[in-house]
Ligand binder design. Structure first.
Ligand code: B12
Length: 345
C-alpha cells in the first residue's frame, strides 16, 4: 500500500483508499500518520469518486478517522438516503450512507439526521424476506450492519433470521463466498459494524460480551446445502451492444449444469472471435470489462451488464452473480448487454 501511495505506480481510487483507512483503524494504526503520510487528508481531497457507493465509503472512513464531514458531504449523503433509484445495488450504497451518517451523529449534534436515518431503516426493514435476507449476501451484510450502527431497536425485522441466512451462505472453508462477502458479514457475527472502527480499543483486549448490543443475541445454526448433480443442458448466449441493441450476436451451446457462465464465454470466444473478452481477476471473482472490442466506459457511463431471460415471458432478469458464480439451467438465455447505467453515479 505504501508503495502505491508513494510511487504512483498503481493509482488507488478514493474508495480503495477508504478501505485501507478502515483497515488501519481496525489494526490500531493511525491513518493521519501512516509512515508520515496523512491518508485522511488525501482522502478528503479526492475530487470525485467512481460511484455513489465509493462516495459513501469515503465519508464513512473520514468520520471513523475523526475527520469532520463538510456540510456539502452530509447533504449529499442525505440525498443518497432520500433518492429512490432503480439501480440494483442502491440499497448497498444507502446502507453505507446510513453508517456514515450514524457515525456523524455520534460526534456532532445534528438532530435532523435521526429522522432521515429512521426513514431509511424503515425501508430496509421492508426488504427482509422470510429466509432472513435483505437481498443477496452482500446486501444483507451491509444492511444488517447499518441497522446495528444506527442503534435500531430490532423491531420490524428479525436479526436472528438474518444471521441464519448469512450462516447458510457460509462455505466449508469458512468464507461467505468470497473476500468481499466475508468482509461485509464478519462484523455482524460479533454484533459489530464498520462505525465501531472509529472506537477500537487499542490498549486492552475487549471481552466479546462487552461488545454485544443488548438488542441482539446470536442463535444461528448453519443450514446444510443441498447437493446439485450435474446434467447436460443447452444454453443460449447473446451479446447486445448499445441501448437499442444496435448490434447483436447469439450462439447456442451444449454444456453441463455444473459449468460456470465464464466457461460458456470461453467456449464461445473459441468458436467466434466476436465473443472474445477481457477481465480483471479480483479477489471476489472475475469482472468482465471488454467484449467484442467494446470496453467499459466509466466516463460515458456505459458498462457490460449481465441478464438472464425468462424463457416464458422473455423478460430480462438482472443477474445478482458475476460470470464466475453464475451457473445455468437448461434453456437459459444469458445476455451480456453493453448499455448506459446512469443511476449509480
Ligand atoms: C458500482 C458497482 C458496479 C459498477 C462498477 C462501476 C465501475 N466504475 O467500474 C457496475 C454497474 C459496472 C457494476 C457491474 C456489475 N456488478 Co457491481 N457493484 C457495484 C457496487 C455498488 C460498488 C462497488 C464499489 O465501488 N466498491 C468500492 C470500491 C472501493 O472497491 P473496488 O474493488 O475498487 O470496486 C470495484 C469492483 O467492485 C468492481 N465491480 C463492480 N461490480 C462487480 C461485480 C463483480 C462480480 C466483480 C468481480 C467486480 C465488480 O467495480 C468497482 C469499481 O471499479 C457493489 C456493491 C458492493 N456492496 O460492493 C456492486 C457489486 C460489487 N456488483 C455486483 C454484481 C453482481 C455486478 C454485475 C455482475 C451485475 C450484472 N448483472 O451485470 C456486474 C458485473 C458484470 C461484469 N461486467 O463482469 C455484486 C458482486 C457479487 C458477486 N461477487 O458475485 C456487488 C457486490 C453488488 C451486490 N450486492 O451483489 N457494479
Amino acid at each position: 500500500m505504501l508503495v502505491s501511495i508513494r510511487s504512483h505506480r498503481r493509482t488507488l481510487t478514493a474508495g480503495q483508499l477508504a478501505l485501507y483507512v478502515n483497515g488501519i483503524l481496525a489494526t490500531c494504526g493511525n491513518p493521519k500518520n501512516f509512515f508520515d503520510i496523512d491518508l485522511t487528508k488525501r482522502l478528503r481531497h479526492f475530487q470525485s469518486t467512481d460511484s455513489e457507493f465509493e462516495y459513501a465509503l469515503v465519508s464513512l472512513s473520514l468520520c471513523n478517522a475523526r475527520k469532520r464531514l463538510a456540510k456539502k458531504r452530509i447533504i449529499h449523503l442525505l440525498n443518497q438516503l432520500r433518492s429512490t433509484t432503480d439501480f440494483h445495488f442502491w440499497a448497498d450504497t444507502q446502507a453505507v450512507a446510513v453508517m456514515a451518517l450514524s457515525c456523524v451523529g455520534k460526534h456532532e449534534a445534528y438532530a435532523f439526521l435521526e429522522n432521515h436515518i429512521y426513514e431509511a431503516l424503515k425501508s430496509f426493514k421492508k426488504r427482509q424476506q422470510r429466509n432472513g435476507s435483505f437481498g443477496n449476501v452482500y446486501t444483507t451484510g451491509l444492511i444488517v450492519q447499518a441497522l446495528l450502527a444506527a442503534g435500531d431497536d430490532g423491531v420490524g425485522w428479525d436479526f436472528n433470521q438474518a444471521v441464519r441466512y448469512l450462516l447458510s451462505q457460509q462455505e466449508p472453508g469458512g468464507s461467505f463466498g468470497d473476500t468481499l462477502a466475508t468482509y461485509f458479514v464478519l462484523p455482524i457475527l460479533s454484533c459489530q459494524n464498520y462505525v465501531n472502527l472509529g472506537e477500537v480499543n487499542c490498549t486492552e483486549p475487549i471481552p466479546l460480551n462487552d461488545t454485544v448490543n443488548e438488542n441482539f443475541t446470536l442463535l444461528g445454526e448453519p443450514e446444510v446445502n443441498d447437493v446439485n448433480w450435474s446434467k447436460e443442458i443447452e444454453v443460449r448466449y447473446s451479446l447486445w451492444i448499445g441501448d437499442n441493441k444496435e448490434e447483436n450476436y447469439s450462439v447456442n451451446l451444449n454444456t453441463s449444469s455444473d459449468t460456470k457462465f465464464l466457461d460458456v464465454m470461453k467456449h464461445s470466444a473459441n468458436y467466434n472471435p466476436v465473443y472474445k473478452f477481457e477481465l480483471d481477476e479480483t479477489s471476489w471473482g472475475p469482472f468482465v470489462y471488454k467484449i467484442a472490442g467494446m470496453a467499459n466506459d466509466p466516463a460515458g457511463q456505459r458498462f457490460w451488464i449481465l441478464y438472464i431471460e425468462n424463457p416464458d415471458t422473455h423478460e430480462l432478469h438482472f443477474s445478482e452473480n458475476g460470470v464466475g458464480k453464475l451457473y445455468l439451467q437448461n434453456e437459459d438465455h444469458v445476455v451480456f448487454w453493453y448499455k448506459t447505467v446512469l443511476n449509480f453515479i
